[in-house]
Design a protein around this ligand. Sequence first.
Ligand code: AMP
Length: 203
Amino acid sequence: MAKNIVLIGPQASGKGTQAKRISGKLGVPHISTGDLLRNAPEDLKEKVDNYMNSGNLVPDELMLDILEKRLEQKDAKKGFVLDGFPRNLKQAEELMKRVSVDKIIGIKLSDETAVERISNRLSCPKCGAVFNTKTKPSKKQGVCDNCNSDLIKREDDKPESVRKRLEIYRNDTEPILEKYNADIVDGDQDIDKVSEDIFDILE
Ligand code: AMP
């Protein structure tokens, strides 16, 4: 089974959820560059937040430095599921120089569905759990099921940032799928069906 895996998809395509499932099944770490940036060291925090909160990408060099350190850790030597990287052709090229990638999987989703899903999304600032007021509500409204913290709308899930991120995705990220002959799954399907399709590809 493939062990060095890259998952690519627009926001709200279920990429994070699927990455966690693959990570669990294959026993390799889930590396989310969004999470790495959200937990960036104190000296980089302000710089990183400025890019992220406006929906822009952080500069490639900075991102690569942070990712490289993560890939050098021991657990990533047996494989990884990369979620959120590469975001453009340059990043894809840099990644291929550093590691061999067994599979690139693209999750397709229309802008319409992405916007609709994100507008209902609430996140836990403490443990990172994600809820959806329509499809996956928390048990108690506005409160995290796992740790009881108050849920928030992430700064980059606000409408102006969402539109900006989708535009960047279509222009810069999606071309990677064609260039590297990615396997494609339909992200509009039920979450379990998407997983099934992904595991079929990974077999
Ligand atoms: P995500 O959680 O993957 O949606 O990422 C949230 C934000 O982190 C993005 O909107 C970017 O600002 C930043 N980010 C995540 N991954 C990358 C990357 N590979 N290159 C540049 N910026 C990134």
